[in-house]
Structure formats: structure tokens, C-alpha cells
Design a protein around this ligand. Structure first.
Ligand SMILES: Nc1ncnc2c1ncn2[C@@H]1O[C@H](COP(=O)(O)OP(=O)(O)OP(=O)(O)O)[C@@H](O)[C@H]1O
Ligand SMILES: [Mg+2]
Length: 462
């Protein structure tokens, strides 16, 4: 689609000349106006891609038109045209967000590249805006799928802290969606148009992490050829997400504590105090309290980071989500891979449901993607499943030994027997599911499933 340029000048000779170049030579659409009022009225219904705007207009001046535009649109490029007498106003207009200014008589050779660049720039900015919107949509809560009560609780908590500054620590096993929740907090809160910066404290070598977080000055260590800004500076006004925060070494823990308390730090090798305004979210799959007890993590830092804890339960503790997520990822991966797999066989679903999913949702997403790739039919069957899920043998029933239970003509319903066996095992092991599973010779998944079925509360806080 052709780009549109508005030309605003009360001197007919000039607007005619400009129209000649802009329309006939450079091939843009044009609309010509001879007063500020007129163009403002038109701007209500039509947005051009650029304005050539005379400063000296009868009535509403060019500068006023510019200010009016800037009230609602900070990006639309406006090039001011100034007569000899108002160069000062022209310079002033830059402060009010004009893209550039040209004194009359206008040098069209110079005007042409300026117009082209401004339009290109504007287009890129608009694209960026769109992209931002897409990202924001991607991390909207609609894309975090869960039917589980505990997760609904998590969402409720999250919705309460979107727009404030509180420091949040997200705890959960690997693959449970910690980063997804962190992104949702950022992209749904009032910092959403500002940067979201992720630092994985476990994957960056220790000796580099300090400079990664806080930046360094030129020459501060071998290899520091120039000044580098750290993530805390890059995240300014936005959010920093410290993933695997439990892996921070003591020295950096101290420096982080200072950032949280004082909102300031120095670059490595630098003396300048850098002020920072960032929201800190962090995540861990370790039990940080334990790390505090074993003196691997500063207690004061722990309390600071943990002002608002969010705990994401593993998938095996929210079994209802297994099927919901299976369906979700089937759709998502079908789309991504251009396939149209209809679903899973009953038997395959049973295996999926009974599996423990130690890698949680990430494992599930990868598994389903893999299934879709290998499946040759439009229904995924057991043989398409990875071996660890296929071999999840949970069909063994408790072996009932002969004994008192079966004396005389006392017949106990089979379900009742199973339920009692589980209750008994959990009593004996004091709610230790791993132990109970071992003693019952069952898979852990089966125990969870049966506990759910018989409504047995999990006493231990796994
Ligand atoms: N409830 C959910 N709904 C949809 N997708 C989810 C959900 N939870 C997690 N995912 C997806 O699962 C994958 C893993 O999530 P994420 O990276 O947030 O987990 P994590 O806890 O940070 O994992 P790790 O500890 O391994 O870094 C991502 O692709 C994420 O989009
Ligand atoms: Mg993660």
C-alpha cells in the first residue's frame, strides 16, 4: 500500500512545489492543507505516514499542530518547514518531537532521503509495537493452561501482585512453568512495555556472572575491552528475572542484597554509583530454606527475595491437568508441525495419565511433539510413546497374602481391600509416598491416582 504524506502550507506556491516532488517524483500519495485547523480535523479520521508542516500558519500554528499530534501519537514523523524568520521556533520544534526541520527555500535533494528514512523508521516502530503486543498476548493468562485448584490459587495470587513492586520468589520443580509465570507477571503488569530481562544464574560461569549482572568498566579485568552494561542496567524500569537464584555465590548474594535494599550498585571495576529501578522476580527449584540452614544462602537475602512466595506444584500433584495439557499441546504442536493428528488411543491416554512426569510440563510438551513427529496414523498409540512412559507398569495389583482377612465366609470387596492397603501403607510410612509405593510394589503414579480416587489426603508436605 502506498504511503501517504500530508502537506500543510498556506503558501500555494510551496505546497504545489512540494506536491510535485512528493507525489509525481517520489511516488507517495498526498493530501494538501492550507491551515492548521484543517489538518487537525482530517487527522481525526486519517493517519498519514508523515507530515510536512509549515510553522507559520494563519490561526493554529505549525508548532501547536505538532503539540496536538504528540498528545496522542509520539511516533508519527513530522518535518517542520520554516521561513527565514522562524529558525528558532524550528529548533524549538525538535524539543516537541519534530523529526527534523527544513528552512525555506527547501532543498529537495536533502528532503528526499530525510522523508524516506523517517517513513521507514516509523514503519519499523509500528512493527515493533505490534511485536510487543504479540509477545504480551503470548504471555497472557489465557495461554497458561490449568484446570487444577492449586493452580487456580496460583493465578489468583499472581493477579494480586501484577501492578506492584513486590519481590516474588517462584518455587517449583524443573519444567513446572516458573518462567512462564514470571513472564505473565511482567507482561500483564504496569511495566509491560519496559524490558523483561532473564538471567540464568546456573548457566553462566561464576567468574562472568558478576559482570553479566552488574556490568563492567573498560579494563577492569583481562578481556574487558570496553564498558559493558549489566542486566540490572538493561532492565531499568522493567523487570529482571533471576532464574535458579539459589546458585548465586556468596559474594554476589551480598551485592544483590544491596541492590534490593539500596537500589544501587557499581559496575565491576567502577566507582560510579548506578541507580536502578527494577522489579526483581526470582525462581528456584531448590529448597532455599535448606540452603539457608546449610549456610549456602544468606538468610537476609532469602527473606528479601521471598517477600511473596509462589509455589507451583509438580504435574503429578495436579493430575487433572495432565489430560487438559495433553489436549492443549496436541493442538499447539499440530499447528506448529503442520499435522492434523486427531488424538490419542485410550490405551495411550492411560499411560500418559499414569506416568509421573518428572520433567513436568516441559517433558509433556516435548513428548507430545515427538509423538506427533513419529506417529504415522492420525491417532497416537502406545507404541508412539517414548519408552519410559510405555513401560510405566502400574497395572500390578497389590498381592494379597493369605491370612486373617479371609477367614470363614468373610468376603471383602476388592476396592475396599485396595483402599485399606493404601491407607495402611501410608500410616506405616507416615505419609512417605515413595516408601509406601515401594512397600506396596506400585508405581508412585498409581498411589497418587488411587489416593485421589479414594480421597486420601496427602499428610506429608512433599
Ligand atoms: N500451565 C501451562 N500451560 C501451558 N504451557 C505451560 C504451562 N506451564 C508450563 N508450560 C510450558 O512448559 C515449558 C516449561 O515452562 P518453563 O520454562 O516456564 O518452566 P520452568 O519451571 O522455568 O522450567 P526450568 O526449571 O526447567 O527452567 C514452556 O514451554 C512453557 O511454555
Ligand atoms: Mg526456567
Amino acid at each position: 500500500m502506498s504511503k501517504v504524506i500530508f502537506i500543510v502550507d498556506d503558501e500555494k506556491a510551496i505546497s504545489k512545489l512540494l506536491k510535485y516532488w512528493v507525489k509525481d517524483k517520489w511516488d507517495y500519495e498526498t493530501e494538501v492543507f492550507d491551515s492548521g485547523e484543517e489538518v487537525l480535523k482530517r487527522l481525526d479520521s486519517k493517519k498519514p505516514d508523515l507530515l510536512l508542516l509549515d510553522i507559520m500558519l494563519p490561526g493554529v500554528s505549525g508548532l501547536e499542530v505538532l503539540k496536538k499530534i504528540r498528545e496522542t501519537d509520539t511516533q508519527l514523523p513530522v518535518i517542520m518547514l520554516s521561513a527565514q524568520g522562524d529558525v528558532e521556533t524550528a529548533v524549538d520544534s525538535l524539543r516537541f518531537g519534530a523529526y527534523d526541520y527544513f528552512p525555506k527555500p527547501i532543498d529537495v535533494q536533502r528532503l528526499e532521503p530525510t522523508v524516506k528514512n523517517a517513513i521507514k523508521n516509523y514503519e519499523l516502530l509500528k512493527e515493533l509495537e505490534n511485536l510487543k503486543e504479540t509477545v504480551q498476548k503470548e504471555y497472557s493468562f489465557e495461554n497458561i493452561i490449568s484446570a487444577d485448584k492449586k493452580m487456580q490459587g496460583v493465578f489468583k495470587l499472581v493477579s494480586k501482585i501484577l501492578d506492584n513492586e513486590i519481590t516474588v520468589l517462584i518455587h517449583g520443580e524443573s519444567g513446572t512453568g516458573k518462567e512462564l509465570i514470571a513472564r505473565a507477571i511482567h507482561f500483564n503488569g504496569n511495566r509491560k512495555t519496559k524490558p523483561f530481562i532473564v538471567v540464568n544464574c546456573a548457566s553462566i560461569p561464576r567468574e562472568l556472572l558478576e559482570s553479566e549482572l552488574f556490568g563492567h568498566e573498560k579494563g577492569s579485568f583481562t578481556g574487558a575491552y570496553q564498558r559493558k552494561l549489566g542486566k540490572f542496567e538493561l532492565a531499568n524500569e522493567g523487570t529482571i528475572f533471576l532464574d535458579e537464584v539459589g546458585e548465586l555465590e556468596m559474594l554476589l548474594q551480598a551485592k544483590l542484597l544491596r541492590v534490593i535494599q539500596e537500589r544501587e550498585f557499581e559496575r565491576v571495576g567502577g566507582t560510579e554509583l548506578i541507580k536502578t529501578n527494577v522489579r526483581i522476580l526470582s525462581a528456584t527449584n531448590r529448597d532455599l530454606r535448606e540452603a539457608v540452614l546449610s549456610k549456602h544462602f544468606r538468610e537476609d537475602l532469602y527473606y528479601r527475595l521471598n517477600s511473596f512466595p509462589i509455589n507451583i506444584p509438580p504435574l503429578r500433584q495436579r493430575r487433572s491437568d495432565i489430560l487438559v495439557l495433553t489436549e492443549y499441546f496436541l493442538k499447539k504442536c499440530n499447528k506448529k508441525l503442520g499435522r492434523s493428528i486427531k488424538g490419542f488411543s485410550k490405551n495411550a491416554i492411560k499411560h500418559i495419565y499414569d506416568y509421573d512426569w518428572p520433567g513436568n510440563i516441559r517433558e509433556m510438551e516435548n513428548t507430545i511433539e515427538r509423538c506427533i513427529i513419529v506417529s504415522e496414523n492420525d491417532i497416537i498409540d502406545v507404541e508412539d510413546l517414548p519408552s519410559q512412559i510405555r513401560s510405566n507398569d502400574d497395572n500390578r495389583l497389590p498381592v494379597v497374602t493369605e491370612g486373617g482377612l479371609f477367614e470363614g465366609d468373610n468376603i471383602i470387596p476388592f476396592e475396599k481391600l485396595k483402599e485399606d492397603a493404601i491407607r495402611h501403607a501410608l500410616d506405616v510410612t507416615e505419609g512417605n509416598i515413595v516408601e509406601a509405593a515401594k512397600k506396596l510394589e506400585l508405581g508412585r503414579a498409581t498411589i497418587y491416582r488411587l489416593m485421589e480416587k479414594y480421597k486420601i489426603e496427602n499428610r506429608s508436605n512433599e
